[in-house]
Design a protein around this ligand. Structure first.
Ligand code: AGP
Length: 366
């Protein structure tokens, strides 16, 4: 009740703008600069217990599941442990193989999502080790998990998740860092990541500073009835969450696809009325992603590039420029301009942003 709209037009806009502060809040007291690691107090696992983990499985629904994919990538990259993400709604029903040395991570903003809660219960019934990454203190999932990390995003009212999603990414980065540092991740690499996390709030301020430019790009493409969101590896969860935001609040048919899979079918859909938002981090796959843009352009598809690289002039029709961070943290930062893009596109279409049709903020029934 004490969470007010203030001068914002709606909660989604307010929550997008709260992100520098909510990221700062979730990092507070959890980073260790000297040893280049993170401490997540609510997870009662010492170095030995962390080392005993052989696999990590993230699960949640919707955006929480997409965030889990981002988390799994970080765990594989830094801890070199096999990790993946799965929708809780699938996990609960498919009689999963549950292993003792797997860490199961339940993800939820509300802490009340029925499928996620049921998956936690099923995993526990089979002896699985489950922790929660939950925003709402005292919620059913937080209580059921017993241990875990709170996201500290503060209340989130808009149906479309923004600041909770970002804080999921940040908390997974801290978990992956802690898992990495009891294995082969060096103290200097750890310190580089800690510094990268520490600078995220100011980089988010920079992203939000480009709101007018992003809004102009959104307006330019607001006549499209459908859109692709294309990314590979680090860009893949970004593409999925970008498509999710757009479809939820604008009702534009947005589909995410892995860049390398385009030629195996979906390329047939490319035409002037089908713009593609392409995620292009300046990393070892830059040339591949430039190649993807060229493939799309060659078939007459308009391209909106989201990038922190200096792309050749004229390569993409529109460019959303993102500041540089540590490459592994790009997926966290790159999602934010896509929230802004979806927000403004929906706004141009006159949608009811905080309460999109057919959706509830938390899905407490099946
Ligand atoms: C996000 O924008 C969506 N509204 C939705 O996918 C959401 O993330 C999902 O329902 C899970 O909710 P939770 O995080 O509260 O469990």
């Amino acid at each position: 009740a004490d969470y007010q709209l203030g001068s914002y037009a709606n909660f989604m806009h307010k929550e997008i703008w709260e992100q520098p502060e909510s990221v700062r809040r979730t990092l507070l007291g959890r980073l260790d600069e000297r040893f280049g690691t993170a401490r997540l107090g609510g997870i009662n696992l010492d170095a030995r217990a962390l080392r005993a983990i052989r696999r990590v499985k993230f699960f949640g629904c919707g955006s929480a599941y997409y965030a889990g994919q981002l988390g799994a990538n970080l765990v594989e990259e830094w801890a070199r442990l096999p990790a993946d993400a799965e929708p809780a709604s699938e996990l609960r029903y498919r009689n999963p193989v549950v292993e003792e040395d797997t860490l199961y991570v339940a993800i939820s903003q509300s802490g009340e999502t029925a499928d996620t809660l049921a998956a936690v219960q099923e995993l526990k019934r089979k002896g699985g080790q489950v922790i929660g990454m939950v925003n709402t203190v005292g919620s059913a999932i937080a209580r059921e998990c017993g241990s875990g990390t709170f996201l500290h995003a503060g209340p989130e009212v808009s149906v479309a998740s923004t600041k909770a999603y970002t804080n999921m990414g940040v908390c997974f980065a801290m978990l992956a860092l802690a898992l990495g540092r009891v294995r082969d991740l060096s103290v200097s690499d750890g310190a580089r990541i800690v510094a990268g996390l520490d600078s995220l709030p100011s980089l988010i301020v920079e992203v939000l500073g480009a709101e007018n430019e992003i809004s102009a790009v959104a307006k330019e493409h607001s006549g499209a009835e459908r859109m692709f969101f294309i990314g590979r590896t680090r860009g893949w969860p970004v593409a999925r969450e970008g498509a999710q935001k757009l479809k939820e609040i604008s009702y534009v048919h947005a589909e995410a696809y892995q860049a390398g899979e385009l030629k195996h079918g979906p390329l047939a859909l490319i035409e002037p009325a089908m713009p593609s938002v392409v995620i292009v981090p300046d990393d070892e796959l830059l040339a591949k992603n430039i190649g993807t843009i060229e493939q799309i352009k060659a078939r007459g598809g308009p391209v909106i590039a989201v990038t922190n690289a200096d792309l050749p002039d004229g390569l993409a029709d529109s460019v959303i420029q993102v500041p540089r961070s540590e490459p592994e943290l790009d997926p966290i930062l790159f999602t934010i301009p896509l929230q802004v893009f979806a927000y403004h596109l929906a706004h141009h279409l006159g949608r009811d942003i905080d309460k999109p049709r057919n959706l509830a903020k938390s899905v407490t029934v099946e």
